[in-house]
Design a protein around this ligand. Structure first.
Ligand code: NAD
Length: 362
């Protein structure tokens, strides 16, 4: 039986970068005999143009009939003045909700060859490789009551035991396939909701005694990420803290065009680069496809549980970078400037080489 992947290329640079990722995924799947079946649909501004909605019921149904979704990016100036519910970005919230994607996973990996692009000193960031597991569908962004009047504004930060249990399990499972270290981030010295968070995470930890668990207050976590990012393996935290910490973590790696992400639920998973549709460079063959290719690698690792296929793709990306190939966004003096299609070709070539070298072990 083949594994069904729904492609949602979206707007702007989305179609180009998704097409790059699919080429790499098809090559790996073909060589490693992984049966994949792709379908494709419209989401975002392009869907609005055709169906009058940024996410049609038909496309949503197709996503629900798939095992994983690979998304490019949505949005652009053309649709900015639409009412909120028709904006391309509204489709992002809807799809996450409909697919029950409660965990957002954002790796913060600093590639050796791009270490100089970080805003931090090379010796601080070199070797950084951790992930932030952020709870995505609860916490203060959704808690009731909420509102404001002329004199007051209020929101509610709330977590239930099952919400914390399921995100904690995702973090511990992730840590098991990495360096077996989880840091749970909260504000338990001030917030009761964090006291529940901390209690439940420690209870779930009893099922994962092979993984080390520590706690950090969120203010200290923000400092530690900037001071010594190498100390982390898996950070698990709530929606608000995760929103901020995953952006800090992404930024220290030095390039938006390099960062993949995964959003997971019990049944579905969605993979996408963290950047947007980059309307300023759309249609110019300049986009960096590596974040989307790396999102494909995450799909192999987490949805297909095929760590080898994932590693082949990540290794190809590392090799291409270490040979000095760069798209415009990560270009520096002395490196070789490539277009989107040339970068894709370079990754394909490396992937092919790595696969043929590993043929005996695969
Ligand atoms: P953006 O991430 O699209 O672009 C920010 C800057 O980074 C731009 O200069 C862009 O050229 C550059 N950039 C981004 N990705 C790149 C890549 N792969 N290669 C080379 N350069 C890249 O953010 P923005 O400009 O704030 O938003 C543009 C549109 O994207 C907006 O409509 C926004 O709402 C939408 N958006 C969508 C998503 C998503 O689909 N998940 C996420 C963020 C923003």
């Amino acid at each position: 039986m083949s594994f069904k992947i729904m492609l949602l290329p979206g707007d702007g640079i989305g179609p180009d970068i998704v097409s790059s990722a699919v080429k790499v995924m098809k090559l790996v799947a073909g060589k490693m005999s992984i049966p994949l079946e792709f379908s494709e649909g419209l989401m975002g501004g392009c869907s609005y143009e055709k169906y009058g909605t940024p996410l049609s019921e038909g496309v949503l149904a197709e996503c629900k009939a798939s095992d994983a979704v690979l998304l490019g990016a949505v949005g652009g100036p053309k649709w900015e003045s639409l009412p909120h519910n028709l904006k391309p970005e509204a489709a992002l919230l809807r799809i996450r909700k409909e697919l029950g994607l409660f965990a957002n996973i954002r790796p913060a990996k600093v590639y050796d060859s791009l270490v100089e692009s970080s805003s931090l000193k090379a010796e601080v960031v070199k070797g950084t490789d951790f992930i932030v597991v952020r709870e995505l569908t609860g916490g203060i962004y959704f808690g009731q009551p909420r509102g404001f009047n002329e004199t007051r504004g209020w929101n509610t930060m709330e977590y239930s035991r099952p919400e914390v249990e399921r995100i904690a399990r995702i973090a511990f499972e992730m840590a098991r396939s990495r360096n077996k270290k989880v840091t749970s981030v909260d504000k338990a010295n001030v917030l009761e909701v964090s006291q529940l968070w901390r209690t439940v995470v420690h209870e779930i930890h009893k099922d994962y005694q092979d993984v080390a668990l520590s706690d950090l207050y969120v203010d200290n976590a923000a400092m530690q990420i900037v001071k010594n990012p190498k100390q982390f393996d898996v950070i698990v935290t709530g929606n608000l803290f995760g929103d901020i910490l995953s952006d800090i973590s992404g930024m220290i790696t030095g390039s938006l065009g390099m960062l993949p992400s995964a959003s997971m639920g019990t049944r579905y998973a969605l993979y996408e680069p963290i950047h947007g549709s980059a309307p300023d460079i759309a249609g110019q063959n300049k986009a960096n496809p590596l974040a989307t290719i790396a999102s494909g690698a995450m799909l192999f690792a987490h949805s297909l549980k095929n760590a080898k296929a994932s590693a082949v793709i990540n290794e190809a990306i590392e090799e291409v970078l270490s040979e000095g190939f760069r798209t415009a966004d990560i270009f520096s003096e002395g490196s070789k400037l490539l277009s989107t299609t040339e970068m894709t070709e370079a990754v394909l070539e490396k992937t092919e080489k790595i696969l043929s070298q590993k043929e005996s072990v695969l």
